[in-house]
Design a protein around this ligand. Structure first.
Ligand SMILES: Cc1cc2nc3c(=O)[nH]c(=O)nc-3n(C[C@H](O)[C@H](O)[C@H](O)COP(=O)(O)O)c2cc1C
Length: 253
């Protein structure tokens, strides 16, 4: 794969073109051969989820909100890799990034980004970027993404040495993303992913008669979201753990 065949999307959850944008912009400039697109959520039309459950239960196409949600998703599908970037606000992702997460959270039920690589990037002034990166990684891993790097940057003094250090760290994480995409490595589902699969499939079966989108999505899938060889023991363990979780859920009803 030539570098210019590479498509990277950066989704920036900052409400302005500030520190987080500056790092993404630096990454874009660092390799002009990569087709690099920065999406500022703040410059798109993204409405607040009002919790009607339509996307989760009846299918994402039934969401009553009409805005840029599907355009962003299409960009994620078209890219080889996505950088999820957010400033740390009150020790967490920004409210804007959280809005994006809520509007796309049906994808955690019906993951669609297998085979796509990702990187998490968080800026902060002092504390909390670790939580921001952890949240981004955990959430978007559930959508099917394979995270290969995560970078926490402290932007405080904006001194030359701080900036140089941050640029260096960010470029190493970015290079890992590019290398992973170029490797064309097949990946084996993790135990966590297998457990999630089995839990969501079991729940979809419990709700079979309601005609919900999850049932249609899972009904013909056996061991995982796509056809892949899963080691026998790992598969058994995942089904056992998922079974225990489902039992707990049933007991709670
Ligand atoms: C509302 C708000 C809350 C913040 N909370 C934190 C925080 O909890 N921890 C921290 O280290 N920095 C915090 N910061 C500082 C930002 O994380 C830091 O300046 C970041 O680089 C800003 O990125 P941006 O310019 O893209 O918005 C906060 C800033 C704002 C505006």
């Amino acid at each position: 794969m030539m570098a210019n065949d590479l498509k990277i999307l950066a989704i920036c959850g900052s409400p302005h073109r500030g520190n987080t944008y500056d790092i993404l912009n630096m990454l874009e400039q660092s390799n002009p051969e990569v087709d690099f697109n920065i999406l500022m959520l703040s410059e798109l039309n993204l409405k607040d989820c009002f919790g009607c459950y339509s996307c989760i239960n009846r299918g994402e196409e039934t969401c009553p909100l009409k805005d840029d949600r599907d355009t962003i998703i299409k960009e994620m599908i078209d890219a080889d890799g996505t950088i999820f970037a957010s400033p740390t606000y009150a020790r967490m992702i920004s409210a804007l990034m959280k809005k994006f997460v809520e509007r796309t959270s049906y994808i955690a039920h019906r993951p669609m980004f297998f085979g796509k690589y990702a990187m998490a990037l968080a800026t902060c002034a002092g504390f909390g970027a670790d939580l921001t990166c952890k949240y981004l990684t955990e959430n978007f891993t559930q959508y099917g993404f394979k995270f290969v790097s995560s970078v926490e940057l402290m932007v405080a003094s904006k001194s030359e040495s701080e900036t140089k250090h941050n640029h260096h760290k960010a470029r190493i994480a970015y290079q890992k993303l590019i290398d992973a995409i170029k490797s064309h490595k097949k990946f084996e589902p993790s135990l966590n992913q297998l457990v999630y699969f089995n839990i969501f499939k079991s729940i979809s079966e419990l709700n079979k008669l309601k005609g919900w989108a999850d049932y249609e999505f899972y009904k013909d899938k056996k061991d995982f979201y796509y056809d892949v060889e899963v080691p026998l023991l790992k598969n058994k363990l995942a089904k056992w753990i998922a079974g225990k979780e489902i039992k707990k859920m049933k007991a709670n009803k």
